[in-house]
Every structure is written in C-alpha cells, then in structure tokens.
Design a protein around this ligand. Sequence first.
Ligand code: ADP
Ligand code: ZN
Length: 515
Amino acid sequence: MISSAILHTTLKENFGFEKFRTNQEAIINTILNTQDCLAIMPTGGGKSICFQLPALLLPGITVVISPLIALMKDQVDSLKANGIAACYINSTQTDEEQQKHIDNLKNNTVKLIYIAPESLSYLDNIFSLLTISLIAIDEAHCISSWGHDFRPSYTNLGYLKNRFPSTPILALTATADKATRQDISNQLNLKNPAVFIASFDRKNLSLEVRPALDRVKQIIDFIDSKPTDSGIIYCLSRKTTEELAEKLQKAGIAAKAYHAGLDAELRSKTQDDFINDECQVVCATIAFGMGIDKSNVRWVIHYNLPKNIEGYYQEIGRAGRDGLASETILFESYGDLIQLQKFASQGQNAEIQLAKLERMKQYADAQSCRRKILLSYFGEIVTENCGNCDVCKNPPAFFDGTIHAQKALSAIIRLNESEPLHVIVDFLRGSKNAYIYEKEYQNLKTYGVGIETSWHDWNQYIIQLINLGYCEIAFHQQNKIRLTPLAKKVLFEGEKVQLSTVQKPTEQKSEKSNN
Ligand code: ADP
Ligand code: ZN
C-alpha cells in the first residue's frame, strides 16, 4: 500500500497540484490495489490524473485507450513537459514512427502509451513482451450503444480483461446513466469494479430553455448584451453551423463555424482562436469541445434540441469550468424534435434512442426545477430547488385551459386526425391560406373558433396538450396529430385542463438584460 503522503508528493512534484480533487485519490488507491474501477466524473473533473499518476508509481507500462486521436499529441506533449516518459500510437503516424515507439516500449523506456482502439493490433505481437500494469479506457461510454457516442472500434475491448486478467482496468467517462454504466462494466468484463461517481452538480451554470422563435435574433441580442464573453453555440447540422456563423458575422459578431467536415487546418485555427479569445463565438456541431481546455467559456447555447440528456449535459458542461457564473440556453423547437425523432427511429437501438429523446423533451418542457431533473437523471437525489434555472426564477403560472383544450381537440376531430400541428393552428385561427381553401376547411365547424388566441400561443398550448397526453404526433404518418383515449375525458366527461401561460420570447429577453 502506497501512503497518502507519497501520493501527494507525486501529485505536487509531477503535476504541480497541492490537493486531489473529489475521488481522485480513492480511484488511484483502487488501481494501486489492482482492482478494476469505473470512474464517472464530469468534464473538467480531472480524470487524467487518475491514470497518469499511478502510471508513475507502477512498475510496468500504462496503456491509455482513447478515441480522441486529435488530442493525443497534446496530452503526450504536456506529459513530456512534466518530465513523464509518454508516447502515442495512432493512424496519423508513419510506420517508422510507430516502430520507434514500439521499440521504446520493448526497452521499457516509456511509462505511458496512448493508443486509439483501432491501433491496438500494433501491440498484439509485443504484448507478451511487455509488463502492463494498468489499462485505462478513456471515454468508456463509447463502448455502449446505449450511450450517446457509440464507436464500433470500442466493441472489441472486452478481450483485454481476458488477455490480462490480473491487470487492473480503469474505465473513465464523463457521462453515463445507470444503464450505460452497467453496460460499460459488462462489456469490458470488469471484475467487481469499484464505481466512483463524482457529483454532476455544476451550480455555477444557469439553466434556461426558450421557445425557438426568432432564434437568430434572440442569440444576437444575447451576445450583444455581453460583448466580451465567449461562448459556444451547438447546432445539429454542419450546414446550420455555417449559416448561423455567417448571420452572426453580418451582425458584427466574431463568430466562426466548426464541424468535422472542415479541413483540419481550419479547424485547429478556429480552436486556437477561440482558446486565445480571438474568436468570441463558435457555432459548432458536437464535434467541438471534446478535450478543449478553455476555462472561461461564459455561455453555451443549444440552437437545436440535443438528442439526449447525456450529450446536453456534457455540452453545457464546457461553460464555466473556472467555477464562475455562466449561462446556458436551450432553444426548444417542435421541428427539431420531429427531425430527431426521425433520425432516432432509423438508427441503431431505435427504441432506446427514442426513449432518451423523450426524456430530453420532458426536460425541455419541464415545469419544475430543471437541475433536479438533470441530477436525478444521473442518479443524484436532490431535495432543494436550485434557484438558478428559469423555472425556479420564474415559476410557470397556470390557468384553466379547458376551453382551449376543447377547441383544439375538437378541431383535431374535424380535421379527421389527418393534419399536422401548423394546419390545426391555422384552422383554429381561421386562416385564409391556400391550403385551407383547397381542402375547403373553412366550411367545417370549429373553423376560426380560436381567433382570439395568437398563433404562437396556440402552437404552445397544443404542444402542452401533447405533453399532457391528450393528443399525440404520428411520426410515421406525416406528423399528423391524433387524439389519445384521454381526450374523451376533456371532450365528453368534463375533465378540466390546466395550461401554463406561454412565455413570450420578448419578455424573457427584457428580463435577461436586467441581469
Ligand atoms: P477531464 O479529463 O476529466 O475532462 P482533465 O483531466 O483534463 O479533466 O483535467 C481538467 C483540468 O483540471 C486540467 O487542467 C487539469 O490539469 C486540472 N486538474 C486535474 N486535477 C487537478 C488537481 N488535483 N488540482 C488542480 N487541478 C487539477
Ligand atoms: Zn431550479
């Protein structure tokens, strides 16, 4: 057993830190006792030390498996700068370079080797010659198709435990719900792993969801109100990142687009400019941010609805790593939801992905403290409301929406349960557009019964009715809205419906600028 004093001295001398952060020392002790370990820590929590420090104390080599080829060089360079013998092997290197590293391994002159999972075969021939003291698997959620970032190259890693039964495995990830945790452990064949879960609570991040009305204008106003703060805007598609960056540039904002389709040089320039505060805003796909060590990101905006809560939490977690107050805003759009539902239903594990998306939507629609919902998703029980989310700051007001509900549900019946949301709203509002006339909907009963309510409000009320379970969207049938059996209660059995007053984007904005 290595004493705590030695661990602290190693931390200080090799990494320059005075204290361990939450769970670091316990994780290190587990590994030094050769027990398998699953470590779940938020981004920026300090996962790297958990294998870098033991690597120095263990007799043999520490193998670090990571999917992030682009970051390996930086990580190895910074280890070398601390005087730690490290190298990496991945597909970007020449055969000669790879051979050189393999020789160094054989000669026992390296303590740590970073390797991409698809390159592990390079080591196969020499594995028997090496003493491997620790296998660290970074971004371990990539092994699970239940997680949000499944990578096929991870699926084979289960063989490592069979091949090195007495070598401890440390699986690390920033995000894993309970099911994914179990799956990681099973697939890696971990033996009785010690599981460490650091609190995911990031109190300095404010949480806010806004309807995606006039998104671009809302974003420009937001950025203009804090001209020196830098932030990231996550978008669903590459095209959106480019279009949005251009619109922001036109509004005089130093914004750039970032996605995996841009060439490597441009990407790394954008990254550098962002880190050095030369570019204020990056409009990015989720490809941006993994491993970017910028502590003063003051805000993160989701232009589109994220696919699931894990991804969302990881992305907002890139704000405020310095611990100072930072803002996060998620724009909720019905259109995004439909598109994501389509993607999810066509992809792998459709059922699970759809269920995760459903949780994401419930979060966005929540009428109670958002942080409670997030933390409970990660298995943390919180009893207090956070006071730093939009629901806590501005609790929703409910009104008796029974008449609204009756009108909307009747309209859906009149339209034969065969029209999507926007047509129902047009119909309720007595719109005179070409489609309505073409279908002769103006002659039906209930046409125009909702003229006194604005288009935007109707849209939101019907979404609430969907969330309350009175009607549903038929995703495989052009998103027609149809009734559920519950609707009967409202239409015929006198059930009352509470709707919450719709927040106007403009009201939210004026409230913001007072902050
Ligand atoms: P993660 O991989 O969990 O996102 P990192 O390992 O990259 O996090 O660590 C995030 C930052 O925290 C790095 O800048 C790292 O140097 C710093 N850090 C890690 N452990 C400590 C510690 N015990 N004390 C102070 N800083 C630390
Ligand atoms: Zn709250």
